[in-house]
Each structure stands twice: as C-alpha cells, then as structure tokens.
Design a binder for this molecule. Sequence first.
Ligand SMILES: C[S@@+](CC[C@H](N)C(=O)[O-])C[C@H]1O[C@@H](n2cnc3c(N)ncnc32)[C@H](O)[C@@H]1O
Length: 278
Amino acid sequence: MLNKSKSYLLNEGEGGKHNLNLQHAILHEVTFNQLQKGGLKEGMVIWDVGCGSGDVTEMIAENVGSDGKVYAADISEEQLNVTRQRMDNKGYKNVEYINESIEKINPDEYENADLVHSRFLLMHVQDVSSILTKMAELLKPGGVVVSQESSMDSLRNKSSCKSIDSYFDLMNRYGRKKGLNFNVGSTLEKFFINSGPFQDIKTEKTRISFDSENGKKLLLSRLDEIKDRLIEEKLTDRAAIMQIKDDIEQYVQVELAENSVIYTEQTHILAKVLDLSE
Ligand SMILES: C[S@@+](CC[C@H](N)C(=O)[O-])C[C@H]1O[C@@H](n2cnc3c(N)ncnc32)[C@H](O)[C@@H]1O
C-alpha cells in the first residue's frame, strides 16, 4: 500500500524494516540518552510519532512498564502493522496503535502525555511547524518533546569515494522535488522557537558515523532501497546509480577507516510545553 503522504522516500512495512533496524543499531544509545534527559520513567504516557518499525516504541514500552502507556502512531498502516506484530510477539500490552497522520490526531481522544518522541519524522513531512504545534497539544502542561532529526547537508565525506557525495546530493534533490526538507536538523531549533508554545528549548548535536560495519551496511542497503525511486523521479538513471553503488561497494570493502571520515550531524531537541500555571 502507498504511504498516504506519497512522498515517503523509504520502503514501508517488512520492506523498510531491515534498514530502520540497522539505523537503530547505530543510534539506540544516543536516542535512549535523549529520552532519559526528557525524564523517561515508569508510569509515563508517551507518544512515539512516526514510529516506523517500532524500534524506539519498544524501548519506550519497556521503560514505562505496565503502569505506563505508549501511543505508537504512524501514517502508514504497513509500518504500524510491523510495530504491532513486534510488540505482540514480545508480549507488550501497554501500547495503543494509531494509524493516522499526526496532523489529524485529535488530542481530546487520548490521555494527556508526559512526553512526545519523534525520530526522523520531520524530514518526511511538508509542514514541520503544524506538526510541532500538534505535538504540544498532545502534552500535559510542562510535558516534553524529544525530537531527533538529521541534515543531509551536514555530510562530511573525507574519504576517497566521491560517489558518497553524489548519493547524498541525489537524496537532497529528491527531498526538494517533493517539498520535503532533508536538512531540517540544521534549522530544527528555529522551528521549535517559532512553532509552538515551547520553553526551555535545549539543543544537542551528535554524529552518525558511516565508518563502522553497520554504518557501511546502512550506506549500501539504503542506496538499494531508494535507487528505483530516484530513477522514477528522473533524478538519475540506472547506469549512473549502479556506478555510484559499485564505487561505494569497492570503497567499503577496501578502506577501513580508523577515524570517522564519513558522517552526518544529528540535531536533538528537548523542549517543554509551556505550563501556564507556573
Ligand atoms: C524514517 S521513518 C522513522 C521511524 C522511526 N521513528 C525510527 O526512527 O526508527 C519515518 C516514519 O514516519 C512516518 N510518517 C511520515 N509522515 C507522517 C505523518 N505525517 N504522521 C505520522 N507518521 C508519519 C513514516 O510512515 C515512517 O514510518
């Protein structure tokens, strides 16, 4: 089934799970750290918006325990089914599944939340501000948003493989063509300042390094995942993209970097929704 947003670059459901899991293997510590800074603890009510394959949903469900609750929301039914299956298999009963675009969620239908989490959601939406406003509406006064986004233009490629630059450039061009901002990470703080009733906005930067085994795997398998869409959009042709893939394949086999030579920057925002009673 097509993602209702029709601009989603990645595969959905079972087809997208592998790469989201791989990405999570690289990121889970950083994400957990941010959730802890946001106060993650037993008994909390937490939204995981744009939950994808449920990697962070599971982390949250485990930590809020049976007295807490997770609202796992995704615009894509296929994605949500993967999350539901995963959580059912592991016996989690503290999760409610919401197959809806976040913009359309009616906060009155749910318990006021302590925390709203999103990771790599905002780069896939056209109207970032309205989503941040909605996140604020889902929270109780003083509740916290924990958000993580990347920015493609933060790529630093000090390797000898220039095809990695071409690959990221193609992704950026896809984003621009679809009205998406794949560099949302670099301006995320401004979005929070301008979009909603937030206070105490804290920003941290981390890096995703593609030099590790998992990083190299992700570079290649994501290219495989998206190459047909890049061709469909006439951003490249099959010969050119296969050349890029060959170059990267050769590079990752031959070069074993000791220091980080290929990385992108992640932006983490922790923001409190205004408590007017304070
Ligand atoms: C790149 S995935 C990230 C998944 C997960 N947060 C993670 O980090 O592993 C982005 C997810 O956001 C979902 N999504 C995109 N637009 C959305 C919207 N407007 N409302 C809810 N979910 C949306 C997509 O279907 C996809 O599952």
